[in-house]
Design a binder for this molecule. Structure first.
Ligand code: C2O
Ligand code: CU
Ligand code: CU
Length: 612
């Protein structure tokens, strides 16, 4: 009896160690996205494509060593250079960008420049929909951001999670401008050679399943208690060859829902000293030695790692799941204990490369804070994360201020050039990452159940500029921000978004809209839902098989919302001005009866159509 159970225990241990060994081979070289070249107009052209990608190309044991259908952004002028994610785009302060995005998918999409201070029409949020085969050419815009690591991803209402899971995301490097003295000095000190000593790292997870014919597919449904595969730059168990030099890592949590608790270690597990130099939207005031950092979806950080003298050794970036606090998606319990402490990236150190670093000791000073002064604040507002029942769903939904996202409702009007304090309260049981478009903010205070956190312990939250921050259950987090530039009249189409960056939450309505108001027009009448008068519309043919015509006229852009009989959003289209009729391709919608709501300045019309 005794021998028997010992033997069983031995077997279990053997099995455990052999699986963990085979999973941690790090045989796949990481892929570094190509750096995009400007086109002749001084901009860039992207294609959104469906393609195929191998997530584990060198593994002899991993069933993922196969081609899997993915989506990717591709440089229009260099086709075939990406099979997942997208090229890294380089922006420089003052550049005038002429951008185009061609949607070659058979579904709607948008392309949002996350973190960028750009006009609404160029923001790529849910209002800038790109229909299948559509070309989006936002008005030329100027880069007003200074050095930062930003990223781009789809943002169509209800489709964001799926399209990000399928592979759509890319990095933006906003390069140090040479007209800012401090930034040009920083540029001289820090590693800046792309893919030599400056590496983009996009951390994500995906769920894979075999379909009926045995092929592996990405599952983009929203459940999270499943086996998720962790990856960096679209590669599972990757190694990165880095020089025995000072290197810079630009880390993006590009996941749809999981937070990661990054931990830098030597091969033997001892902590490796790494130095934070930037948060989401730019440099911190100095370097901070940080060995572990919790990063939520949407957040970016930059680190310096001094690898000088370490040729022949290796270091790891581990996800320390066991130390992810309760309530944060990505800890063990939210993944049915599937997620465990695990190395995500091996950095293999080779011969020195790139110019020698002038840094001889840490800390070093970086950029003084550009946080607005408290004396500038003209208004405070509170946003509350809540979970409530709504009639669109049978289960309670996470939301902001008991409202779900409505494309036609402007939730907040902020005066142009004003400085405000926003307080984000989390009354739910789980942590949600708050993200706001257009501006950058500085966190001024965090109260945890009424008690202030010690700011000096969290430079990654309090020191640098941010646009994305994890708000834990029971927190009241306040930030200060100035809403300069891009003032408009108050119209839903002029909105920027704020939302939870857990993408299924955002897709299900945990999002709101604000307008930076230029003072023209009446703020009271125009923030109301324009569904004032009922009007009629003619839709034909009905039933339809693929194409539907809407007859009527609208002097402004209008919105067509298509939902099923349960009220679930199927598609949301922005229609151009028209007089006569517009054709709408409905072939990708599920068969059966759908409800079409047409929302325009002139009013709202509702009709049912059968799709055959
Ligand atoms: Cu990363 Cu509203 O987006
Ligand atoms: Cu954004
Ligand atoms: Cu959320």
């Amino acid at each position: 009896m005794k021998t028997n159970s010992t033997f069983q225990l031995f077997l279990v241990l053997l099995l455990l160690s052999s699986t963990s060994l085979s999973a941690q081979e790090f045989v796949n070289p990481i892929s570094i996205p190509p750096l995009i070249q400007y086109n002749t107009e001084g901009g860039y052209d992207l294609d959104v494509i469906q393609t195929e990608h191998n997530f584990s190309p060198m593994s002899t044991t991993d069933t993922l060593n196969t081609m899997v259908t993915t989506f990717a952004f591709e440089d229009f002028n260099n086709p075939g250079t990406t099979s997942i994610l997208g090229p890294t785009i380089s922006w420089e302060y003052g550049d005038s960008l002429e951008v185009s995005v061609l949607n070659e998918l058979s579904e709607n999409t948008t392309t949002h420049w996350h973190g960028a201070h750009v006009p609404q029409a160029a923001d790529g949020g849910p209002h800038q929909l790109i229909l299948p085969n559509g070309l989006w050419e936002p008005p030329t815009f100027e880069v007003k951001d200074k050095s930062a690591t930003m990223w781009y991803h789809p943002h169509a209402m209800g489709l964001t999670y799926r399209q990000v899971q399928m592979g759509l995301s890319g990095m933006i490097y906003v390069q140090d401008p040479d007209n800012d003295l401090i930034l040009s000095v920083i540029h001289e000190i820090l590693p800046t050679d792309y893919s030599v000593n400056d590496f983009p790292l996009i951390f994500q997870t995906k769920k894979f399943k075999r379909n009926g014919t045995g092929d592996i597919e990405i599952q983009a449904d929203q459940g999270y208690k499943d086996d998720y595969t962790y990856m960096v730059n679209g590669i599972v168990d990757p190694f990165l060859n880095a020089p025995a030099s000072m290197i810079r890592l630009r880390i993006l949590n590009g996941d749809g829902k999981f937070s990661f608790n990054f931990n830098f270690t030597f091969e033997n597990g001892n902590p490796f000293p790494s130095h934070l130099i930037a948060t989401d939207a730019g440099y911190t005031t100095r370097t901070f030695e940080i060995n572990k950092i919790l990063m939520a979806p949407g957040e970016r950080t930059e680190f310096l790692l001094d690898l000088r003298g370490l040729e022949g050794e290796a270091i790891y970036i581990k996800n320390l799941v066991s130390e992810i606090p309760a309530g944060v998606i990505g800890n063990s319990s939210t993944t049915d204990n599937y997620a465990t402490d695990r190395n995500l990236l091996k950095i293999v150190i080779g011969a020195p490369a790139g110019p020698p670093s002038p840094i001889i000791a840490f800390p070093i000073n970086l950029h003084p804070s550009e946080a607005p002064a408290m004396s500038e604040v003209s208004k405070t507002r509170v946003k509350t994360f809540r979970q409530d029942m709504f009639d669109v769903s049978t289960k309670p939904l996470f939301n902001i201020d008991s409202m779900l996202m409505d494309m036609m409702v402007v939730n907040d009007v902020v005066k142009l050039d004003s400085t405000e304090i926003w307080t984000i309260k989390n009354t739910t049981g789980i942590a949600h990452p708050w993200h706001i478009h257009d501006i950058h903010f500085w966190v001024t205070e965090i109260l945890e159940n009424g008690v202030a956190l010690d700011k000096t312990l969290y430079p990654q939250i309090f020191d640098g500029p941010k646009d994305n921050v994890l708000v834990m259950p029971g927190w009241e987090l306040s930030y200060i921000a100035t809403f300069d530039d891009f003032g408009t009249e108050i119209m839903p189409n002029n909105s920027y978004m704020y939302h939870c960056h857990i993408l299924p939450h955002e897709d299900n309505g945990m999002m709101g809209q604000f307008v930076v108001w230029n003072g023209l027009g009446n703020p009271n009448t125009s923030t109301e839902d324009p569904a004032l008068s009922d009007r009629s519309m003619t839709l034909y043919p009905n039933p339809t098989q693929g194409l539907l015509y809407l007859e009527g006229a609208s002097e402004e852009k209008s919105i067509l919302r298509i939902s099923d009989l349960q009220g679930r959003l199927l598609s949301l289209l922005t229609l151009p001005r028209f007089d006569g009729n517009v054709g709408i391709n409905v072939s990708s919608l599920p068969k059966g009866m759908v409800i079409l709501e047409w929302l325009s300045q002139e009013g709202k019309a509702v009709s049912k159509v059968v799709i055959e």
